[in-house]
Design a protein around this ligand. Structure first.
Ligand code: NAD
Length: 343
């Protein structure tokens, strides 16, 4: 499934339905967490960014995503994050789906954030602040409306061009949007705060005094060693929920804290083994970095919808000679056709 195939799928099904359904797939896989092979992703760091491979398997299907994170790309006219993914049969090892995963990462990240917030935010949450109005931002807004019914947005970006892009894209889509002049103005009165900025630095997009009682933080942008968004004191005031602790301790906001700082893995909340929000005044923090199982869920979702409607195309990617041992015959087939050998 290339970019056009994914765009067609979203057009056919509707963005918010896709986000809701994808959140359902992620939740289903979180509920069977024990079935998956899990490891922190393999990351190749450089001065400008990171290139990562994210594998997992549930014993029936194997998936991996190739993805990067290069905050300096925007200045080159390129995106910060691009990716593609593969879903394969464990029994045969044959890849069954190769898919674009740039749009799909934005969808699955937003779907996972909203799914987490459904367990962690207050039930009466109605207003979300979004700090960082880049590629991920509109997806986050739509997922929170689709899954939690949040329609009121307070938004801020340091770059006015990003703000203009966001407002243009969101016009006529039924949101009530307030454009703030600073991050501290954006978070005023917000029930949920999404931080989704890109900068390879230890930033304080939110400082402790900006976060009031009862707020849910959806911290998406800090996802790499040396790249964080929250002042550490906020993490100590609230309860921190993570995807896969061994990976988040390397990449997430909690990289700023001692290695045994207590956190709760979100799958335990989703499967009823740990409480989510404990009270209206509690600060909850989803320290999101993106985990392989979410990409597995997203690929599973694309495959299921693709099989229903025939989105995508068949690629001649896997050599398949009639006699499986006669791979060489594929190289010589044209020769043989041109000059048949007499026997
Ligand atoms: P992007 O480069 O398209 O957008 C980032 C935006 O943040 C830009 O508009 C930039 O102007 C803004 N920004 C930077 N510093 C800021 C500041 N101090 N205050 C306010 N705004 C600021 O990037 P993107 O694709 O939207 O990704 C955003 C971040 O999310 C990246 O760091 C990326 O690595 C991360 N990400 C995380 C996940 C996950 O699963 N957790 C998934 C995808 C992307």
């Amino acid at each position: 499934m290339d970019v056009d195939a994914v765009v067609n799928l979203v057009e056919r099904i509707g963005l918010e339905t896709v986000l809701t359904e994808m959140a359902g797939y992620v939740e289903e896989d979180y509920q069977r967490w024990g079935a998956f092979e899990k490891s922190p992703r393999l990351a190749s760091h450089s001065a400008d960014g990171v290139i990562e491979l994210m594998p997992t398997s549930d014993g029936e299907a194997f998936a991996f995503k190739y993805v990067n994170g290069h905050p300096t790309n925007v200045a080159l006219g390129l995106q910060t994050v691009v990716g593609f993914g593969v879903l394969a049969s464990v029994r045969t090892g044959y890849p069954e789906l190769i898919a674009e995963m740039t749009i799909t990462t934005a969808l699955r990240t937003a779907a996972t954030s909203a799914m987490a917030a459904r367990h962690l935010a207050r039930d009466d949450a109605a207003t979300m602040a979004i700090i960082g109005l880049g590629a991920q931002s509109e997806f986050q807004a739509h997922a929170f409306r689709a899954v939690l019914g949040v329609r009121r947005l307070r938004v801020y970006d340091v770059d006015p061009a990003a703000t203009r892009k966001f407002i243009t894209n969101m016009q006529g889509r039924g949101f009530e949007i307030f454009v703030a002049a600073s991050a501290s103005e954006a978070v005023m009165g917000a029930d949920i705060i999404t931080t989704v900025t890109a900068d390879k630095a230890q930033n304080h997009i939110l400082s402790d005094n900006m976060v009031g009682a009862g707020v849910h933080l959806n911290a998406v942008g800090g996802d790499c060693p040396g790249k964080t968004e929250l002042q550490a004191d906020i993490l100590r005031r609230g309860e921190v929920f993570v995807e896969f602790a061994p990976q988040t301790r390397i990449e997430g906001e909690i990289q700023q804290l001692e290695p045994d700082f207590p956190v709760t893995e979100l799958w335990r909340v989703v499967s009823g083994q740990a409480p989510g929000r404990r009270g209206a005044d509690q600060i909850t923090i989803f320290d999101s970095v993106g985990f392989a199982i979410e990409d597995f869920s997203a690929l599973r979702y694309l495959r299921d919808r693709m099989l229903e409607a025939g989105d995508g195309a068949r690629l001649n990617l896997l050599a398949s000679p009639e006699d499986p041992r006669d791979l060489f015959g594929l190289l010589t087939a044209r020769e043989r056709l041109a000059a048949p050998v007499a026997v």
